[in-house]
Design a protein around this ligand. Structure first.
Ligand code: PSV
Ligand code: MN
Ligand code: MN
Length: 424
């Protein structure tokens, strides 16, 4: 399945006069319009291979039709997303959910769709068939050296797959923790984790990074060994310059000020990047921007300001990735919505009058500071994002194009109505 460019062009032609009206209206007031559009055009967010099938909950799974049955078909789906939005030029694999056994063929399939491979993710939170030791009581933090060694070796194997695919980062998320007070010696668990990560760090190629993800709870409900950004940063600092902290938006207790965490990690040069999603209660993995788009904007405001202050390139200097998946929507539609929400928040942040905000802060003028932020947030930037996408060769409205081209219908015809995505 491949979406032909001429079909997108036809739909763009039909949508163009409405788009131009909206674009001219908002563009008239944008300072540095061309620079804003160029930044939006250059911006890409990686798609996780595990989000291309309908997710389940522990109560059931209602898979939609036409789900990808192999890694090759997942690559095709990301190719479709990229053809429509021109902002999803990479895919992030979770190993062993997706094993690239023939790396050359997989790389070629990705290149055919203009895709490359983003961070590779290890998985020591499940036992695999034929695995010698169980990860029931953890992996890198385990009390038994033999289990830790098995987990370290898995991570090194994931790096090898990543090298073959041309990736350059390993993402580590550990389910390691405890369910009951007294079950675990916290310092022992942390120390074991550090030593295991040091062994993985040693195996990183020169140009590689390791991203340490944190999460406060789930699957463990009393303690998690890398439970918050402080614990992750402590590890990243002890490991060295190739290690940094990955922020998954869903991995915070309710009402945590994530934008402040982002700002400080950036200041320390230790912000690896993001797993974007949204949530109401916990690690809900809902569509980005579906619950709290203002928070997303505030995060991007810190990113734009902090990255500019450090002379960083927005599009490439940190890792941008989606980690959202649930049991309801068509996964491709969900991902199109998530990427759009991210780009809207980014575009709004690019409109913040930074000089005026600095002046308001220096004058302790909280009223004016709020006015400045909300003037940007309340600007309807959708046509700016659409214009950048149009210039990049994508669809003015990716979701509408996806529906009117009946991509899902075609996938169902091709793959069947009862397919269940591989992995997970
Ligand atoms: C854990 O909740 C997490 O956010 C980690 O990033 C995993 O790798 C991912 O979800 C996939 O389940
Ligand atoms: Mn995550
Ligand atoms: Mn998560």
């Amino acid at each position: 399945m491949q979406i032909e460019k001429y079909k997108i062009d036809e739909l763009n032609h039909q949508a163009s006069s409405k788009h131009e009206r909206a674009f001219e209206y908002v563009a008239a007031d944008v300072k540095d319009l061309e620079s804003v559009l160029a930044k939006l055009e250059a911006f890409n967010v990686a798609i996780p291979s595990w989000a291309l099938g309908t997710g389940g909950t522990r109560f059931g799974r209602f898979s939609g039709g036409g789900e990808p049955r192999s890694l090759e078909e997942k690559i095709e789906d990301v190719g479709a997303i990229q053809a429509l939005n021109k902002s999803s030029n990479s895919i992030s694999l979770h190993i062993p959910w997706d094993i690239p056994s023939n790396a050359d063929a997989i790389k070629a399939a990705a290149a055919h769709h203009g895709l490359r491979f983003d961070a590779v993710n290890s998985n020591t939170f499940q036992d695999q068939k034929d695995q010698q030791h169980s990860f029931k009581y953890g992996s890198l933090h385990h009390v038994d050296k033999a289990v830790r060694k098995q987990a370290v070796e898995h991570n090194i194997e994931v790096i090898k797959y990543g090298v073959e695919l041309g990736s350059n980062a390993l993402s580590v998320w550990l389910a390691d923790g405890s369910n009951f007070p007294g079950q675990l010696n916290f310092r022992g668990a942390f120390q074991n984790t550090l030593e295991s990560l040091q062994e993985i760090y040693e195996a990183l190629p020169d140009d590689w990074k390791v991203w340490v993800e944190y999460k406060p709870y789930e699957p463990n409900f009393y303690s998690t060994t890398i439970g918050d950004w402080g614990q992750s940063l402590l590890l990243a600092n002890k490991l060295g310059p190739k290690a940094s902290t990955l922020v998954d938006l869903g991995h915070h207790l309710p009402n945590t000020n994530i934008e402040q965490i982002v700002s400080l990690l950036l200041m320390e040069g230790k912000l690896a990047g993001f797993h974007f999603n949204d949530s109401k209660y916990g690690d809900d993995d809902l569509t980005v921007g579906s619950i709290n788009p203002y928070q997303l904007f505030l995060i991007f405001n810190e990113l734009v300001e902090g990255m500019d202050a450090r002379g960083m390139t927005h599009a490439t200097d940190i890792g941008w990735m989606i980690d959202a998946s649930h049991n309801l929507k068509d996964p491709i539609e969900d991902l199109l919505q998530s990427v759009e929400a991210i780009k809207i928040a980014y575009a709004q942040a690019l409109l913040v009058d930074t000089a005026a905000l600095k002046a308001a802060q220096a004058a302790n003028d909280a009223v004016q500071a709020q006015e400045i932020l909300q003037a940007a947030y309340r600007t309807d930037v959708r046509s700016l994002v659409a214009e950048a996408r149009l210039r990049a060769g994508g669809a003015i409205n990716p979701l509408a194009a996806y529906r009117s081209l009946d991509v899902r219908g075609n996938l169902i015809k091709e793959r069947g109505a009862k397919t269940v995505a591989t992995g997970l």
